[in-house]
Design a binder for this molecule. Structure first.
Ligand SMILES: [Ca+2]
Length: 212
């Protein structure tokens, strides 16, 4: 206001604790809403359409190499452009939740609260997939804070814990998961042969609880 120059301290304060950038509202920049997903067992085919992976990001990390990341189209088709031959690695899928799909409701928050106080969901004992979905804060424990975050999402309030889809290896052993030990690995090991792979995965929307 006095016509003088700004100091770095006036702009950046005491410095950076990590990477920083000017605030950007991605809600304005991005086009269509995130697409709906598919809950439950899916097969990820690198050479076909994948209804569960529409608009998802596919990340393939060859053993000992840097990740390769591509965006799937609205049919869930993607091309990682992998070299020929045998290429073992790990595939991860990143997919955000579309609020427009309305899959997360206040009833989900109720189910999580029931689990948090030691009751099961209204349909019976919680399956491991239910506990993964219930721990939307991803801190390993199902408690009232998860229920609160889910309720915020259900009514359209801002929350620190945006829902997202998680994809696990369908053969992963989830039997040790309990409400106080929600421990799991995302993604699956695959070996691409001449650039092609197929893997069975389980697709879970964090915050969405339904009978498995
Ligand atoms: Ca939690």
């Amino acid at each position: 206001t006095d016509g003088g120059t700004l100091t770095s301290a006036e702009i950046f304060g005491s410095g950076f604790e990590g990477p920083d950038h000017i605030p950007v509202d991605f809600g304005v920049l991005t086009g269509p809403e995130a697409s709906a997903g598919v809950t439950g067992p899916i097969t990820v085919e690198s050479s076909g359409s994948n209804p569960a992976l529409s608009d998802a990001e596919i990340v393939f990390t060859p053993v000992g190499n840097s990740p390769i990341s591509v965006q799937a189209d609205d049919q869930g088709q993607f091309d990682l452009d992998l070299p020929s031959g045998s290429l073992p690695g790990h595939v991860d899928i990143i997919k955000s939740y579309s609020n427009a799909s309305g899959e997360i409701t206040a009833l989900d928050a109720l189910q999580v609260l029931r689990i948090a106080v030691g009751l099961g969901p209204t349909w019976g004992p919680a399956a491991p997939e239910n506990l993964i979905a219930a721990d939307i804060t991803q801190d390993g424990t199902v408690n009232a804070l998860d229920a609160l975050a889910i309720l915020q999402i259900a009514v359209g309030l801002p929350t620190a814990h945006e829902p997202e889809w998680v994809y696990l290896d369908q053969t992963a052993d989830l039997s040790s998961i309990t409400p106080t030990n929600v421990d799991y690995q995302t993604g699956a090991a695959v070996t691409a042969m001449d650039g092609v792979f197929s893997v069975d995965m389980t697709s879970i929307l964090l915050g969405n609880l339904e009978a498995v």
